[in-house]
Design a protein around this ligand. Sequence first.
Ligand SMILES: [Ca+2]
Ligand SMILES: [Ca+2]
Length: 331
Amino acid sequence: MYLNKLLSSLIVLNIFKHIASDCGCQVNRNSECNDVESTHKYSKEFNKKTSDNNLPPAFDIKNMVMIEGATFEMGTSKPIFEVDHEGPLRNVTVAAFYLDKYEVSNQNFKDFVDRSSYVTEAEKFGDSFMLDMFIPNNELDKYKDVRAVQAPWWVKVDGVNWKHPEGPKSSVEDKWNHPVAHVSWNDAVEYCKYFGKRLPTEAEWEMACRGGLRQKLYPWGNKLNPQNKHWTNIWQGSFPNENTAEDGFISTAPVDHYPPNKFNLYNMAGNVWEWTQDTWLKNDNEKVKKGGSYMCHESYCWRYRCAARSQNTKDSTAGNLGFRCAGDVRM
Ligand SMILES: [Ca+2]
Ligand SMILES: [Ca+2]
């Protein structure tokens, strides 16, 4: 019994060894598990529906916006987290591209799964990371050995995946219009590919986030709550013990909640983090994510700024990590 506990603690420590010391935003799986993904990709199960009468749909720009090619100022000369390489401020040129107006929703993801029979990595691994505040107090003891060492509010729970985002007994039945979560980078790539799309590059994502504004902190400007309104879903209160949800949401918000930016894009900042194509610091197993999430608070993880960035391994999944797709402009 004691040996089992010790082994399980060691496994957890191994899982958390990639967590950056400055932020509890990242929970990464052990990268040794990657061949499960490639095995599945070529399995009968994955290819079954696409090989017969349920072909992937053609690329469709419905619910996407076209963003004109431009040169914009990427990054910042005043980094908040230097370790994240938010700087330097530099000019970057991006060609025209399409971007989803919204984060991919649970309904969108269900439609994809219904058509393709795709199984996510969290479903294959059998668990994912969720926030401990969604676990009933009388069950918390069960999870004391599977907490992140530097971010103990993250707990790895069996049976948690996109269909059960806040515990094995939770569901998305009343959250179809909320962003899908517990999807890995590998899952996001497969989803976008199925619809003839792709993940945005980090530069595309950041240019889109800025919505044509120059060097502003947020998609709408520099003030967090102009007109005394909430413009995104983040954390109010004292992190991590109290979330007053003044913005209306303790967890995810609908993908079309809050006003869009000048490019008509919703929830670029906050709600859920969004995967991008880009590799983190030349480590191809880690990918850049942008925008912050409902768990971000200025005191701890002020990463709901357009210039902010963070990372996870490609097979990582968590309750605050989703994505949206980009598409090529075909001339
Ligand atoms: Ca909130
Ligand atoms: Ca977002």
